[in-house]
Design a protein around this ligand. Structure first.
Ligand code: PA5
Length: 437
């Protein structure tokens, strides 16, 4: 039921081209497995679904219950890998307008995100939206020193302390960070906040299935046991070192083959707006993992049919350096029947009796065909339904494929040296101590 199946038949790649990578992939497979248990490496995510810390997991559930009981809003502070995963899962698996539902109907706190930009407008608007409602804070930062979340935490800590007083504020602040390093850890220990650990050997963008993602996800009422179960099924499914039987590795190889044939932009395509932030998460995962040493596929994302009316023209007819990876969710969670209309003034009676998802699927089939004929190779990722298990599965699929793909490309998929450049300049301009000319 929560199978994810990859289909390469319209990728323009022959099976034998894929199989030429067998040895390379087997050696990467071996290397990843050897590195998975090392505390001082970044491959801890590989076996996480089958060996996560159960005590920490239960603590996450308990804290989530507490937040649900006493808060109408959870303010999630974090950026990049400390933000996108939680939002991706929450938005994929809740009502599209979750945050706008009346509290009585939602029965879980509104989830609002901050610390992912430096806009005063954004923060002021958020404060206005929270109003005088009860709220808690989950601040997430592995390094504990990232500027955007640090500034946001300073602002919201002051706000929560002013509202509830120091002691109650302490009970409403939840900190997810490194187990011993960083300013946030020091602050949390000093103030006695509840803390959750981001394992040393899991980097930000591979951390959604740790407390980083799981606490906000659980607060939104999503079943984190099922999410982990989906990831666990994926872990076992993609454990096979043989490329022939491992679809996750086939996706990694296919991307590299396309890249070598000058297809250096991959567009992740969705026909489900709920998946918008899943695409954002995917973009960060692949962009930060592979874009280095002047190499890498540029990861882009579109939502169809919306973007067929904006980006569709370029994809069909612009520069031919693109390929598409389409996520096809076979069954929608709900459907709408199109009724017949007596006057048929809109000319839509030819669709009467059909359901809306049928139209969406025909749009997808027609678009795939058009783009293939426009020389845009296509990779399909088919999943039965959108639920906790399939999302857990898909997360693991993309994480593992990303690591393997980066290693085939010859880059380190677990570092992000390029991100430091803007920080150095910004700190110099801000006259941060230690960053003088
Ligand atoms: O994937 C990564 O490592 C980054 O995107 C980080 O998650 C991001 O920079 C935030 O870092 P931190 O969690 O240390 O605040």
């Amino acid at each position: 039921m929560f199978e994810v199946k990859i289909d390469l038949k319209n990728s323009g790649i022959e099976q034998k081209e894929i199989m030429e990578y067998s040895k390379t992939v087997e050696s990467i497979h071996k290397e990843l497995n050897e590195r998975a248990d090392k505390e001082d490496d970044f491959v801890g995510w590989l076996k996480l679904p089958s060996k996560y810390d159960k005590e920490e997991f239960n603590k996450i559930k308990k804290s989530a219950e507490k937040i649900v009981e006493n808060s109408e809003v959870l303010v999630v502070i974090g950026i990049g890998g400390s933000y996108l995963g939680a939002r991706a899962v929450i938005e994929s698996l809740t009502n599209t307008f979750y945050n706008m539902l009346p509290y009585k109907k939602r029965k879980h706190p509104q989830i609002l995100y901050v610390g992912n930009n430096l806009s005063p407008n954004y923060i002021n608007d958020l404060i206005e939206i929270i109003g005088d409602r009860d709220f808690s804070i989950n601040v997430i930062s592995k390094s504990g020193t990232t500027t955007e979340p640090a500034i946001a935490f300073r602002i919201f800590r002051e706000m929560i302390e002013n509202k509830y007083g120091i002691e109650e504020a302490q009970r409403r602040i939840f900190v997810t960070t490194d187990k011993q390093r960083g300013a946030l850890k020091t602050l949390a220990d000093e103030e006695g906040y509840e803390t959750f650990v981001i394992p040393d050997n899991i980097g930000g963008r591979y951390s959604v299935l740790t407390a980083v993602g799981l606490l906000p996800i659980a607060v939104a009422g999503i079943d984190i046991d099922k999410l982990m179960e989906g990831a666990r099924v994926a872990q076992y499914k993609y454990e096979d070192s043989k490329l022939k039987y491992n679809e996750c590795y086939q996706y990694a190889v296919a991307r590299n083959i396309l890249y070598k044939s000058e297809k250096n932009i991959e567009i992740l395509v969705n026909y489900e707006p709920k998946m918008h932030f899943f695409t954002e998460w995917w973009k960060q995962l692949y962009g930060e993992s592979e874009g280095k040493e002047k190499k890498g596929i540029f990861p882009a994302g579109v939502e169809f049919t919306t973007d067929l009316h904006s980006m569709g023209q370029y994809i069909q007819d612009g520069r031919r350096n693109l390929f598409e990876t389409v996520i096809n969710i076979k069954e929608p969670n709900s459907n709408i029947l199109i009724n017949s209309d007596e006057n048929n003034l809109d000319g839509l009676n030819y669709l009467a009796g059909k359901e809306l998802d049928y139209v969406n699927k025909k749009a997808m089939e027609g678009t795939v065909e058009a783009h293939i004929s426009g020389d845009v190779p296509n990779i399909m990722i088919n999943m039965q339904k959108l639920n906790e298990e399939t999302i857990g599965h898909l997360i693991y699929f993309f994480e593992k494929a990303c690591a393997v793909s980066g290693m085939i490309l010859g880059v380190d998929p677990f570092n992000q040296p390029g991100v430091e450049e803007y920080k150095k300049n910004m700190f110099k301009l801000l006259e941060k101590p230690g960053y003088n000319n």
